[in-house]
Design a protein around this ligand. Structure first.
Ligand code: PAF
Length: 285
């Protein structure tokens, strides 16, 4: 049976009791688990002796008018989903679900980890403090879990690039793994926020993955997708739609003769819900 801890002290006691040579995988979540999270957990269990899954809705990554209060908190259902994994996986899983914010941010906690300029691009234009909140909690949970490997979903690609930069800059001894996007049958990337959408919006939302696929195909056929992008951006639903260097999210320089790993990345807003998606493309300029 999986073990569950809801305080720092109980988690620390358990963590410190583990023999040092075990490999520890880490899957950080805000709960409301879906198939995307479960693939991260399964991969981590395959790769490591023990997998720590954290469930914590991090207040620092929500802006003042965002959905922190409405964010779905479904701990019982989340535990049930993990309990439905096969028994061998379950026996390797440790859940850390802090029962209050002060377990992570004690009184007087004031440090913020910021990766800098890249936090203000793409989603950062609309959520200027979001990524500092993400890197702060991720650093905090890395330090608490003392894991060997960490698993993140490619759907939040900007988040992945920023966490990777933080790991490199601060020489954090953890290996990051970015796992492919899991989609529903219609092609929409799974996200806890999809449940905010009504039926009509769910259909409209498909414009996001479909446009990214269209652009990817053009790039692979050496066609210029610029006019498609400009046309799409006339629709007010797009917060952004860009083709960037996948490594560091800088603009692409297509005049080089090298193969470039590019990311076609977009955010599409329906009502108050913003959906993210991306596709990786190798471009031969
Ligand atoms: O991707 C998420 O769910 C969150 O940003 C993370 C990484 C769990 C940090 O709160």
């Amino acid at each position: 049976m999986m073990k569950i801890f809801d305080t720092r002290s109980s988690f620390d006691e358990f963590r410190n009791s583990l023999t040092p040579n075990l490999t520890i995988g880490l899957v950080l979540t805000m709960g409301n688990l879906h198939a995307g999270h479960l693939t991260l957990i399964e991969k981590s269990c395959d790769d490591n002796d023990i997998t720590v899954v954290t469930i914590f809705v991090n207040p620092k990554q929500f802006g003042p008018n965002e959905d922190f209060n409405q964010y779905p908190r479904t701990l019982d259902k989340d535990l049930e989903k993990i309990a439905n994994l096969n028994l061998i996986l379950q026996s390797k899983i440790i859940i850390f679900a802090p029962n209050s914010n002060s377990e992570i941010y004690p009184e007087n906690f004031s440090t913020l980890i910021s990766v800098g300029k890249m936090t203000q691009l793409l989603c950062g234009k609309f959520r200027p403090t979001h990524f500092d909140g993400v890197t702060t909690v991720v650093f905090r949970l890395f330090t608490i879990a003392k894991a060997t490997n960490a698993y993140f979903g490619q759907k939040d690609y900007q988040q992945c690039v920023l966490i990777n930069k933080m790991i490199n800059d601060l020489e954090i001894p953890i290996k990051m793994h970015i796992m492919p996007i899991i989609r529903n049958q219609a092609g929409l990337a799974l996200s806890s926020r999809n449940q905010y959408l009504d039926e009509e919006q769910k259909i409209k939302a498909l414009r996001l993955p479909q446009t990214l696929i269209k652009i990817e195909k053009m790039l692979l056929q050496s066609e210029d997708p610029q006019s498609i992008i400009e046309n799409e951006l006339k629709q007010s639903e797009w917060d952004y739609l860009e083709i960037l260097n996948a490594k560091d999210l800088t603009p692409l320089k297509l005049d080089t003769k090298l193969t470039i790993d590019a990311v076609v990345i977009g955010a599409y807003r329906l009502g108050n819900t913003r959906l993210l998606d991306n596709r990786m493309v190798k471009i031969n300029a």
